[in-house]
Ligand binder design. Sequence first.
Ligand code: URP
Ligand code: ZN
Ligand code: ZN
Length: 467
Amino acid sequence: MSSGNDRTFVLKNCTCVTATDTFLSDLCIRGGLITGIGTDLTGDDVYDVNYRVVTPGGVDAHCHIEQPADDGGRQTVDDFPSATAAAAHGGTTTIIPFALQQRGQRLLDAIRRYTTQVESRSYVDYGIHSIITDTCNGNTVKDIPEAIKMGYPSFKIYMTYDSLRMNDYDILSLIEVISEHGGLAMIHAENADCISWMTDRLLSRGLKAPICHALSRPPLVEREAAYRAIVLSELAMAPILLVHVSGGKTIDVIRDAKLSGKPVFSETCPQYLLLTSADLGNETEHNGGEKYVCSPPPRDKESQESLWNAMRTGDINIVSSDHVAFNYEKGDKIQDDFSTVPNGVPGLETRLPLLYTYGVQANKITLNKFVDLTATTPAKIYGLYPKKGTIAIGSDADLVVWDERNSVISFADLHQKVNYTPYEGVPLRVWPAIVILRGKIIISDRSIRKTYGGAFVQRKGLVLPSY
Ligand code: URP
Ligand code: ZN
Ligand code: ZN
């Protein structure tokens, strides 16, 4: 059932949850938009959801799809069709993946090329960020204003990885121009030289197991880089968003910045809430630890608690997947030593069910906070609001109807192309029963409507949270 452009579609008896309210209502949808919120609404097509929870479709503002890996040699295995099918099944109706600027390439060329590459191959709506890796002799700062005007107002900048990292001087120049033109810089904060030094030290002692990935990137190297990024943001008077914060004392640095009125925002991901470095194994064994190699690495239980707390206090603003798909096989995720394992874990499909189960149902965050972190605030920060991220008249009818049912995660049931999940065997208590994109049901009974109905969304009007 769907709403054609001139037909009205009524979703009856919803327990609607937004970032701020919970209310019983019917929702009327026409032309892909929410056109009515109230009781006893009627329409051409009516679907009764029997008071199940209905949230706005998820907005996943950090995922890497069809992207060359950090060493330039490999490419992530999920393509746009598989990644966006996975997103849809997991209740995410808008994603923002990255166009990677190769060194020597003009930023606008990278953006245009990726936009063409993914066109008409998506089950969900999408915006596009870019990853800046090269100043291109001054051309990148010239391209940034145009990129923002074209609807690509957010840019990721790395402080680590030899093939991606920018130095502090260049970061200052970039974030200044991004800010002047109303955009936002997303910063991957880890100290590259400290990591290289730690890595060489471990390898020189013959230590090669996946756990050494975590040992080579201790919390201190993240905290130092996060603090430095905040200093750069203050110097350039430019807002920044620290991506994939792994917890612990980095949160203290972020909290201090916010308390002193700095425009610093932050993101975490389910892997930092649910995994620990113990998942990477021990110093002598591999034991599948490569499956959990991502950067920053998962930390410890205390760090997890610091993140749950930071979500409640507003020190963490959004939760994204940072989906990166490499197969668990020799030559891909399995390598002879930890330093060549491609970084990142898959998580587009499991982000919302995991956060709902282990956040909301475990009483760590409210259902409203869940919506805020996974849909409303990402939509605001990245210029999609109020089109996306809420249930309101005039907003896109992107909706998820949730079922409370017990299941256990297995990669074989997921729609990501990658051949493992770091959450194999993890129990879930909820799953999206119905997912609606601009008024069309794209998921029901765990099957997907087989049309690429997703569209590119030009983003503008970033709304940064108060800090
Ligand atoms: O381990 C990670 N997160 N790798 C993927 C790229 C990134 O830095 O987000
Ligand atoms: Zn990163
Ligand atoms: Zn990432």
